[in-house]
Design a protein around this ligand. Structure first.
Ligand code: NAG
Ligand code: CA
Length: 222
């Protein structure tokens, strides 16, 4: 455990935060290795909100946001299942499946999820549309490793190319509390929201492995 903590601290020291405003991560091919590891501020969370925007043409299952801890590979996992309309959110290895999701391919989707240990409830917002609130329970998420592009089946590894992400991801934020639905709406509309206090896209510490590119967002031309 001390060794793991030391590793976490060394990683934290090695990376300098970057402002990725106007940028995106491009994952251009299916691999079992390419990923971005994000460094959180804080190591112990009893509530979480994650928001990001992503686009893909994958029909198979894939990870959108994977957090593991030394004891749980799915400490906080946003996952597109094989069934067309299911997006699941796992908290401390307890999954909530959200059905009826209109997750169209080749379309940018803002995706947010909230959880707090007090109520044990998880909620998903796809394109700003709230799911129902479901119970997963769950205790503190401690010592997290956050990965984009792959799904962890062990602490920082255990990747499966058939669950890898191919496409683009941007505007990743994470908070150590459950945002209100109005705050979620401000993120979705990109309207003056408070950036994540655990992960902030405008000051992100990260490490890329394999073919992952940092590119400018492709914005509409006027
Ligand atoms: C859970 O996390 C919160 C927030 O970091 C902390 O105050 C609390 O002591 C933690 N509880 C346990 C049991 O570790
Ligand atoms: Ca897993």
């Amino acid at each position: 455990m001390a060794f793991l903590l030391l590793l976490v601290m060394l990683t934290a020291c090695a990376a300098t935060p970057q402002d990725l405003s106007g940028k995106m991560f491009t994952f251009p091919e299916e691999t079992q290795t390419a990923n971005v590891r994000l460094t959180t501020s804080g190591q112990d969370f009893n509530a979480v909100t994650v928001c990001l925007r992503s686009i893909t043409d994958l029909a198979r299952s894939h990870a959108l946001f994977s957090v593991s801890t030394p004891s749980r590979d799915n400490a906080f996992l946003i996952f597109k299942g094989t069934a067309n309309d299911i997006i699941s959110v796992d908290v401390v290895n307890n999954g909530a499946r959200f059905g009826g999701q209109d997750y169209k391919p080749n379309t940018w989707h803002p995706i947010c999820s909230t959880w707090d240990s007090e109520s044990g409830l998880v909620q998903l917002w796809l394109d700003g549309k709230p799911s129902i609130r479901k119970f997963t329970g769950g205790s503190n998420i401690t010592g997290p490793i956050v990965i984009l592009g792959q799904e962890q089946d062990s602490y920082g590894g255990g990747f499966d190319r058939r669950q890898s992400f191919v496409g683009m991801i941007t505007d990743v934020h994470m908070w150590d509390y459950a945002l209100s639905s109005c705050e979620i709406q401000r993120y979705v509309d990109d309207r003056n929201f408070s950036p994540g206090n655990v992960l902030n896209w405008r000051a992100l510490e990260f490490q890329t492995t394999g073919r992952v590119l940092i590119e400018n967002k492709q914005l509409p031309c006027y």
